[in-house]
Design a protein around this ligand. Structure first.
Ligand SMILES: *[C@@H]1O[C@H](CO)[C@@H](O)[C@H](O)[C@H]1NC(C)=O
Ligand SMILES: *[C@@H]1O[C@H](CO)[C@@H](O)[C@H](O)[C@H]1NC(C)=O
Ligand SMILES: *[C@@H]1O[C@H](CO)[C@@H](O)[C@H](O)[C@H]1NC(C)=O
Ligand SMILES: *[C@@H]1O[C@H](CO)[C@@H](O)[C@H](O)[C@H]1NC(C)=O
Ligand SMILES: *[C@@H]1O[C@H](CO)[C@@H](O)[C@H](O)[C@H]1NC(C)=O
Ligand SMILES: *[C@@H]1O[C@H](CO)[C@@H](O)[C@H](O)[C@H]1NC(C)=O
Ligand SMILES: *[C@@H]1O[C@H](CO)[C@@H](O)[C@H](O)[C@H]1NC(C)=O
Ligand SMILES: *[C@@H]1O[C@H](CO)[C@@H](O)[C@H](O)[C@H]1NC(C)=O
Ligand SMILES: *[C@@H]1O[C@H](CO)[C@@H](O)[C@H](O)[C@H]1NC(C)=O
Ligand SMILES: *[C@@H]1O[C@H](CO)[C@@H](O)[C@H](O)[C@H]1NC(C)=O
Ligand SMILES: *[C@@H]1O[C@H](CO)[C@@H](O)[C@H](O)[C@H]1NC(C)=O
Ligand SMILES: *[C@@H]1O[C@H](CO)[C@@H](O)[C@H](O)[C@H]1NC(C)=O
Length: 481
């Protein structure tokens, strides 16, 4: 125990002179935002400040000319677009978080942006030399655009089997018993939340959106109605229930497709770090902004819940995980280490890194916080989903983007069948559609409140699920709420 603690603290210290950081990949949550229950959600000024100062922390760690662990070859002051890959869903909260973070990583350069013109005058670029850093929007089927406007993110993953799997959580005994046990807890809170949630919605089914609503209010609203009901115990309980609910939807050890968001993220991390190695650090910096559910799914797949039960909890705003590609071999203009001499260190900060120093944790149930690159890549490979074909097969999707990439699936699809798009084969698609509609019952917001209320009463009873499913046509309209 003490040894482990020592390892952790050593890894968090500024490292020995001999170590070189060849590249990093960061996956970050957005900063403080308005509640999901009042869509569209917006990044707040506080939230922008959190991610900005997080970016500034990583600048002092990796980028600045006096950085504690400078990344080999990375430009210090002027952002060079080719050296980095910045990705965020097309979503006001996550896109804006990415921009604020990048302006902390590469702040305005002032006079450094001044350029001389032919006629001997000179010009500084606007906003004190503000740097415009391109942010790629995530647009593949495997990631969730607009995720910050959805109560639950899986619905946006487009992954048929993952939606089915997450919906199975609502049939589990964990879910149903907690639902029953917390009925009075949630109904007692109604005076606090009744401007947004009605009596039928105040249940464990909406554990996350209720927690989120109250959490945002405790940060921003000095006049919460009946705030005397919000004791410390109640606030803690709200958070623990939301944690259990979201972990249940994000990961299941015997049904790993539920964690598809973590699988696709794993592939992106390995691809980026590998291209850093292949390019000899010509492209050493990758960062992506995403939702807390992707953290939870990844934590589960990487077995971090065994390191600490805290990893089954929703990460705080601006939390980030970082993967450092490091070596003790000589690195210079002419010498670059072979992959055998390279290791990966995983770090996590549960909140803005400006306030919470990232700490190293061991991945994959191993004891070391520093893993050889080859070990890291092969462990990630055990659950990574990196190509459209793999994704389509794992998700059981055969139409749309998957119509042309399922010819090798084992479910009886053949070249002829898969070339006719829109004609799903096998029985899994209709089933997925029916159950997929159910997940929207869980989303309580919008004009469909009446429909939700009726179905909501039934959701706990397994026997009525089939019945509810048969009415799926009505409820799919809520899918994009
Ligand atoms: C978010 O911003 C949009 C556009 O400015 C606005 O319509 C909406 O009400 C805002 N949401 C919240 C919860 O403040
Ligand atoms: C690093 O340099 C920046 C200016 O580029 C300065 O603001 C900062 O204080 C320096 N940090 C350290 C630790 O010297
Ligand atoms: C120099 O050229 C720039 C761009 O054409 C122009 O805006 C500026 O007025 C010129 N300055 C002088 C002193 O001629
Ligand atoms: C995958 O299949 C599910 C269930 O049929 C469907 O809802 C989803 O839109 C599909 N995703 C894509 C990207 O085609
Ligand atoms: C996890 O998956 C297994 C197998 O599909 C299922 O029996 C179990 O109920 C699931 N647990 C939860 C909490 O979803
Ligand atoms: C919410 O609850 C409070 C206290 O019970 C009550 O005074 C108020 O009328 C309720 N508001 C709504 C919209 O139901
Ligand atoms: C604070 O809560 C009250 C009561 O729900 C609400 O009327 C008010 O709009 C809220 N204010 C803010 C800034 O959210
Ligand atoms: C509730 O928690 C806050 C901060 O953790 C603390 O300052 C306060 O004293 C606590 N109140 C009670 C009644 O325990
Ligand atoms: C890294 O890239 C090289 C060259 O493209 C490829 O051969 C290798 O399989 C990749 N390694 C991993 C772990 O993806
Ligand atoms: C992060 O903090 C939240 C509470 O703010 C907690 O629920 C969660 O377990 C923490 N996660 C980790 C990995 O420390
Ligand atoms: C480099 O050497 C230091 C000091 O021996 C050690 O703490 C660190 O883990 C090594 N880093 C790598 C990547 O091997
Ligand atoms: C993680 O913990 C679970 C139960 O808590 C256990 O079944 C599993 O074997 C553990 N995995 C590792 C790698 O220790």
């Amino acid at each position: 125990m003490e040894l482990t603690a020592l390892l952790f603290s050593l890894a968090a210290l500024p490292l020995a002179m001999s170590e070189t950081v060849l590249g990093v990949y960061i996956f970050s949550r957005h900063g403080d935002r308005t509640p999901k229950a009042l869509a569209p959600a917006n990044l707040t000024s506080l939230g922008a400040d959190e991610v900005y100062s997080s970016g500034n922390y990583y600048r002092s760690r990796y980028v600045d000319s006096n950085a504690t662990s400078p990344i080999f070859g990375l430009s210090s002051d002027i952002a060079v677009a080719g050296q980095m890959t910045v990705t965020a869903p097309a979503d006001a909260v996550l896109q804006n978080s990415a921009q604020a973070f990048m302006s902390g990583l590469y702040p305005p350069v002032g006079a450094l942006s001044t350029q001389a013109l032919a006629n001997d005058s000179s010009v500084e670029s606007p906003l004190g030399g503000y740097q415009y850093i391109p942010i790629n929007t995530v647009s593949t089927a495997s990631s969730s655009a607009d995720s910050e406007n959805s109560a639950w993110l899986q619905g946006n993953s487009g992954c048929g089997n993952a939606v089915v799997s997450s919906n199975n959580y609502f049939l589990s005994s964990e879910y149903t018993s907690t639902f029953d046990d917390t009925k009075s807890f949630y109904s007692d809170l109604l005076p606090v939340i009744n401007s947004t949630f009605d009596a039928k919605q105040a249940t464990f089914k909406n554990a996350y959106t209720i927690f989120d609503y109250v959490h945002v209010a405790t940060i921003h609203n000095s006049t919460i109605p009946s705030s005397d009901l919000l004791t410390n115990e109640t606030l803690t309980q709200l958070q623990l229930l939301a944690n259990a609910h979201e972990w249940g939807l994000a990961y299941n050890s015997t049904d790993t497709i539920r964690a598809v968001a973590g699988s696709t993220l794993a592939a992106q991390i390995v691809q980026q770090l590998n291209s850093t190695l292949n390019s000899k650090s010509a492209q050493p910096f990758g960062i992506q902004f995403g939702a807390y559910a992707s953290f939870l799914s990844f934590f589960g797949l990487a077995q971090l819940q065994n390191v600490s039960a805290e990893f089954t909890g929703i990460v705080d705003y601006a939390a980030a995980m970082t993967f450092e590609l490091v070596t003790n071999a000589t690195v210079s203009g002419s010498e670059y280490p072979s992959p055998d001499d390279v290791s990966v260190r995983f770090l996590f900060a549960n909140g803005t890194a400006a306030q919470i120093e990232p700490r190293a944790y061991p991945l994959f149930g191993q004891s070391e916080t520093l893993l050889p690159w080859n070990t890291f890549a092969s462990e990630m490979g055990k659950f990574a989903i990196g190509t459209t074909a793999e994704w389509c097969q794992a998700c059981g999707n055969t139409t749309g983007q998957c119509a042309s990439s399922t010819s090798t699936d084992s479910g009886g699809g053949d070249a002829a069948a898969s070339s006719t798009s829109g004609k799903g084969n096998g029985i899994s698609l209709p089933v997925a559609g029916v159950i997929g509609a159910l997940v929207t019952l869980v989303v309580i917001l919008g004009a469909e409140a009446a429909i939700y209320a009726i179905s909501g009463l039934r959701l706990v009873k397994k026997s009525t699920l089939a019945q509810a499913g048969s009415g799926a046509g009505i409820t799919t309209a809520g899918a994009k709420a």
